[in-house]
Design a protein around this ligand. Sequence first.
Ligand code: PMP
Length: 312
Amino acid sequence: MTLYDDYDAPPYIHVDGGLVARAEAAVSPLDHGFMHGDGCFEALVVTEGRIFMLDAHLERMRRSLRALRIDYDLDRLRTAIAEVVHANGLGEASFVKAIVSRGASPAPSPDPRGLVPTCVVFGEPLMHMVDKQAERAGITLKTAAVRRNGPETLDAKIKSLNYLNPILAKIEAIEAGADEALLLDTNGEVAEATTENIFVVHGGRLRTPSSSAALEGVTRGVVERLATDLGMASERARLTLADVYSADEVFLTSTAGGVIPVGAVDGRRPDHGPLGPVTRALRDAYERVLTDPAFTTGLDELLPKPGRRRAS
Ligand code: PMP
């Protein structure tokens, strides 16, 4: 059984500049993304025809690509994202994944020279990570034995295709009966969850790890901004497990899940429960900005206008 047994998959995927039927979408087995995890990706959400924080995601993609020395035109990606959502009728609520790899190699070698990048974009109906019942209880976290890689090895700031250590951590969490894993960095400081950043609240004060092993999450940045707007104190700090265990509230943030209440970490329950006042206020504020023009780009701004000809 998989999570997706009754899943009605959207019909089109974007591969290298055009839409193709999902069943025919293919990438070479010699693609560096497949062979070596050599590439990067972004995940975005669309709500009521508006893409959330598109420019921030494209900017992070630009930085990841530059760090990997992959040359790809992000204007093409911008349009491809809108086309995938539109062609699949996913404008109401969708999750989009855009992947750029170094490209297909003529031989099974890691040599990166001369390859033409591969780009794949797919859109899926947004499936909320947490259903309403689970939300009331909050998700459970288990601290993983495996550590989050930091800049001394594979820099977590590059949103690369190599997700081995979050996946190993997720396996640990699943085997322990928890919903999600919490990863420490190699110094023993709290870094992040497998695909989410973490916040803790003590006495109304909000903190998120300053660890350089955490991804610079777009949702985390939005939540920090919303906290400031709501007059809440928020800072980045070196956090240890004791800070998490002693928190009044703990929540995760990600594009796919938004603001996700945490009900227990290694069996310890936050004092104010999973949806304490700070988490609730930030979750509500986040849900409001999902369609706010100051935080979003309309699909109609990116798609070619029907019937309108360019002046020659
Ligand atoms: N950390 C990791 C490792 C992730 O993969 C993600 C999801 N992209 C996040 C944090 C959350 O980042 P964002 O808010 O940009 O989705």
